[in-house]
Design a protein around this ligand. Structure first.
Ligand SMILES: *Cc1c(COP(=O)(O)O)cnc(C)c1O
Length: 214
């Protein structure tokens, strides 16, 4: 087994164990391998091991790396997980399958105008942090309603909890907000905390370091 395959198996085992504890099905959790800053060779090792969902946080980097990989592996799904400029909306349409970072009205409008029709997660600023992207909790009801009204495919909610504090209260909060708004998808959990995210209902975990580094 390659190192990449071993790391992938270990992450899947952790997801399966957390799902078992929470009485969930492991197949209800999608693992997105966050490949930002990683070279094509490292990505290909994970593809060879069976991984198909990948996440990038910059349009420019994704545009440089992914078209050639996609030509060789047409069943790959590419997820946009980072902050998006509205003027990149058209480029995003041709490049990505899923967006996790819809965080404001101007981006919503730009995506609609560009004809974006893929699954879309609304990013919530669960820690109410000024420097962080995401719709505030107070504005979330109106924002979700507008996303639905405009015909976007609302797949769920996404959050990046504040750094350096226990993440699980924020995961529980995001899960509660999703229930309140009748939204099913929950994109939460990274290398340091995806186990607790799965226990608290994550349907998508975004894992980089644990898949690419020993
Ligand atoms: C980089 C990144 C991740 C993955 O982080 P790791 O700690 O390397 O697993 C997940 N989500 C977002 C939005 C990121 O930017």
């Amino acid at each position: 087994m390659s190192d990449a395959a071993a790391r992938l198996a270990a992450v899947h085992a952790t997801i399966a164990d957390a799902a078992r504890v929470a009485r969930r099905k492991p197949e209800d959790v999608t693992l997105v391998a966050v490949s930002k800053g990683r070279p094509a060779e490292a990505i290909e090792q994970l593809i060879a091991a069976g991984q198909r969902d990948f996440g990038e946080n910059r349009v420019q980097e994704a545009a440089a790396k992914w078209p050639s990989l996609r030509a060789r592996y047409p069943d790959v799904r590419l997820h946009m997980i980072g902050r998006l400029q509205s003027n990149k909306a058209e480029e995003v349409v041709g490049l990505f399958d899923v967006i996790h970072s819809l965080d404001r009205a101007s981006l919503r409008d730009a995506l609609v105008k560009a004809g974006w029709s893929g699954p879309t997660y609304v990013q919530v600023n669960v820690g109410e942090e000024e420097q962080k992207g995401g719709v505030s909790i107070g504005e979330l009801p109106a924002f979700i309603a507008s996303v639905r009204d405009m015909g976007l495919d609302l797949a769920g909610l996404m959050a990046i909890p504040p750094a350096d504090v226990e993440a699980s209260p924020y995961f529980a909060l995001l899960a509660k907000l999703a229930r309140r708004h009748d939204v099913t998808g929950l994109s939460m959990g990274m290398s340091g905390d995806y186990r607790s995210a799965v226990m608290l209902g994550a349907t998508v975990v975004r894992v980089g370091t644990a898949l690419f580094e020993d």
